[in-house]
Design a protein around this ligand. Structure first.
Ligand SMILES: Cc1cc2nc3c(=O)[nH]c(=O)nc-3n(C[C@H](O)[C@H](O)[C@H](O)COP(=O)(O)O)c2cc1C
Ligand SMILES: CCCCC(=O)C(=O)O
Length: 353
């Protein structure tokens, strides 16, 4: 275990420690967003606008954070979001992240842009889900999906907020356009073993869901839904879960904060499939607010990278442990034992009345 004071008492301190260690170019790749970074900032700011209205004398007793998601049992409703290029944060890369996820009893969503082969990540522990950018070449997509399934991934997370790549000015300023020599997206190999570039596909429509169903019987989640009409369409097309996300502010700058999008999506989905959310969660109380507003679970993106940069698997574990303890305490303080029992009336914007 890492000494907590060497790593940070909270995720902001872990981020500061990571910043001291990382190459500034890589820090900016991880930390940055698109355009003016309005959406990046808005994700965290949205949590700061919510206030908790706790209940008292509820005799809630011991908390129980466990749940089961798409057949994967998890020890808490906090999962690891797919993020690219973990070897820029730590030499072990995604293998270290997976070990921490397994130790903490939660799901890691492996990015299509992972820098370790999915088989090696899976050997470090599960459960894993696999994130996919829908390439125009369905045959290639099928190759990637088959490989992820064979490695034991238990769900597909299809990212739909990226018809083109967001404009990230920090990366442009640094001239950061690709991985350094020696690192590649290991799961982008075609049948001949050649590494293909990640492609964004502006030509893809709702037929994608049927095409993916033809490739796999795994649960399919759509990542990057903000509009209630799309949430409704997603359910009509038979997806198994909706992930409210704006890609951590890295795609459409000016897109609304995910916490602000969440209630509309939850209302549109109307309990038919689980709704998950990511973006800007930095405290257990943020997790509590997202769950109270209708999310079944949340995902952490950057905080996991900060933990990885600071201490490899132990650093990621530290981040997950901090959030778990914080969520547990917050639940007790609002008088709720199980995340599923949280109610929206515990959260207010602080307006009078
Ligand atoms: C460095 C970095 C790389 C990312 N790579 C991917 C990716 O490969 N695929 C994907 O769907 N989302 C990717 N995301 C978005 C995350 O899955 C997630 O939506 C976002 O980071 C959540 O916000 P947070 O970082 O504020 O927790 C990436 C985010 C970051 C910060
Ligand atoms: C080509 C890698 C894409 C990674 C990604 O999704 C991001 O950086 O946000």
């Amino acid at each position: 275990m890492l000494a907590a004071d060497a790593v940070g008492l909270n995720l902001a301190e872990v981020a500061a420690a990571a910043r001291r260690r990382l190459d500034p170019v890589h820090w900016d790749f991880f930390a940055g967003g698109a355009g003016n970074e309005r959406t990046l900032r808005a994700n965290e700011a949205a949590f700061a606008r919510r206030w908790l209205r706790p209940r008292v004398l509820r005799a809630a007793g011991e908390r129980d954070l466990r749940l089961s998601l798409f057949g994967s049992p998890v020890s808490m409703p906090v999962l690891i979001a797919p993020t690219a290029f973990h070897r820029l944060a730590h030499p072990e890369g995604e293998v270290a992240t997976a070990r921490a996820a397994a130790d903490a009893g939660t799901v890691m969503v492996v990015s299509m842009a992972a820098t370790r082969p999915v088989e090696e990540i899976a050997a470090a522990g599960g459960p894993l889900w696999f994130q996919l950018y829908p390439h125009a070449d369905l045959e290639f997509t099928a190759t990637v999906v088959r490989r992820a399934v064979a490695a034991g991934c238990r769900a597909l997370v299809v990212t739909v907020d990226s018809p083109v790549f967001g404009r990230r000015e920090r990366d442009l300023r640094h001239g950061f356009v690709d991985l350094p020599p020696g690192l590649v997206c290991e799961n982008m190999r075609d049948a001949d073993g050649r590494v293909r570039p990640i492609e964004m596909n502006a030509g893809v429509g709702w037929e994608l869901i049927g095409a993916l169903r033809g490739l796999t019987s795994l649960p399919i989640l759509l990542k990057g839904v903000l509009h209630p009409a799309d949430a409704r369409l997603a359910v009509e097309h038979g997806v198994d879960g909706v992930l409210v996300s704006n890609h951590g502010g890295r795609q459409l700058d000016g897109a609304l904060a995910t916490l602000d999008a969440l209630p509309g999506v939850v209302a549109a989905v109307d309990g038919r499939v689980p709704v998950l959310v990511d973006g800007g969660l930095r405290r257990g109380t943020d997790v509590l607010v997202a769950l109270a507003l209708g999310a079944t679970a949340v995902l952490l993106g950057r905080p996991v990278l900060w933990g990885l940069a600071v201490g490899g698997a132990a650093g990621v574990r530290h981040v997950l442990d901090l959030v778990r303890a914080d969520l547990d305490r917050a639940l007790a303080l609002v008088g709720v034992a199980r995340p599923g029992d949280l109610d929206a009336d515990l959260v207010t914007t602080g307006a009078p009345g």
